[in-house]
Design a protein around this ligand. Structure first.
Ligand SMILES: [Zn+2]
Length: 352
């Protein structure tokens, strides 16, 4: 997530743009309070945050993983190895969704690839859980060395690590619908503020829209009665995007775009209600930022209700200091618990 954000200062009724590529952006410190959340969460099977943290650290040890890089290739290999035996337990597979793009520096050709883990692939009613797995090529907000090494511990590895652990649990959750994990490439293959972003999610959303249009057209022409009686089109009832969810100083506000879309507001409320129920107080039931992230193409192009879970109060964002020591197993455990309990109880997705 990056680039342009609207922050609403509700007390002042004043809205202004912040260019997040600018190094003078000041992100306010966040107060962290530990309440009785720990005792409440004890009623639920804990999500293995330590394990997720180990995955996060391992991913960062690969080094930078920007699109088209050797690091990205190595990450893809290890993720395919990780997810394949798990997803096969539900009859599913790991698919690579390749698409061509350009290096924004010289317009040379570049091959991007989303990684899609398809759980229960035969089910037409589906939920999408996603994160971006590419890292910003350079830490452009770093005051000392904006061309230095950027490993994206929170901004890149955190969502991937959480999904790696959730994938280990998923076959035993006995969910009544299909699930796709999608790891988006080229969310931020950017070298300057004018370079395009969210390319992987845009491509994915276009393929969803196109295949729905094709299937609807074919079905309505050949068998309108059958089309009315039997769902034949894959439908994503909800998308939950995980971005920067491992900050040791965790606080996740609702995101303004998600909340402003009529078809997505119930999803946002459902997730924050689950957080309240399981005692994760770091989910704050009010909005703070407008964020341009991968959920926008999912909603605007594919029409999927799409919620962004993001902790944008992260002072080392897009600097060399976005390293594992800024992240915590506890935060990953909390977000993982909320996502898993939401999956188990959501009413947004019909069976099968
Ligand atoms: Zn970023």
């Amino acid at each position: 997530m990056h680039f342009r954000i609207l922050r609403q200062m509700s007390l002042l009724f004043f809205v202004f743009f912040v260019c997040v590529g600018c190094s003078d952006t000041h992100l306010p410190a966040v107060e962290q309070k530990e309440g009785d959340g720990v005792t409440k969460t004890a009623r639920y099977a804990p999500f293995d945050g330590e394990r997720a943290m180990r995955y996060l650290t391992n991913i960062c040890q690969i080094g930078p993983r920007s699109s088209c890089s050797e690091g990205m290739r190595r990450q893809q290999e290890s993720l395919i190895q990780h997810f394949t035996p798990l997803v096969e337990r539900t009859g599913g597979r790991v698919a690579i969704q390749s698409f061509g793009g350009k290096d924004p520096r010289d317009q040379s050709d570049c091959q991007f690839a989303n990684l899609v883990v398809e759980w229960y692939p035969e089910r037409l009613n589906r939920i999408l859980l996603c994160a971006h797995y590419d890292t910003l090529p350079y830490p452009m907000r770093d005051a000392v060395d904006p061309k230095g090494v950027f490993v994206g511990a929170n901004d890149g590895a955190s969502g991937v690590a959480l999904l790696m652990v959730l994938g280990e649990e998923l076959p035993s959750l006995n969910l009544p619908f299909g699930v796709d994990f999608v790891l988006f490439d080229a969310e931020e293959y950017r070298f300057g503020k004018d370079d395009p972003f969210c390319l992987g999610s845009t491509y994915f959303a276009q393929t969803v829209r196109d295949s729905q249009n094709r299937q609807r057209g074919a079905t309505s022409q050949t068998a309108p009665d059958l089309a009315a009686a039997t769902p034949t089109v894959v439908r994503y009832h909800a998308a939950v995007l995980l971005d920067m969810i491992a900050d040791a100083d965790l606080k996740i506000f609702q995101e303004h775009n998600s909340l402003s879309w009529r078809d997505t507001r119930p999803l946002v409320q459902e997730i924050w209600n689950v957080a309240g129920r399981v005692g994760v107080r770091e989910f704050v039931s009010r909005p703070k930022y407008w964020i341009e992230d991968d959920h926008l193409p999912l909603h605007e192009i594919a029409g999927i209700p799409a919620c962004d879970l993001i902790d944008f109060d992260y002072p080392v964002w897009h600097t060399r200091a976005d390293t594992p020591d800024q992240c915590s197993a506890k935060s990953l455990a909390k977000v993982g618990l909320v996502v898993r309990e939401w999956l188990k109880t959501t009413r947004c997705c019909p069976s099968r």
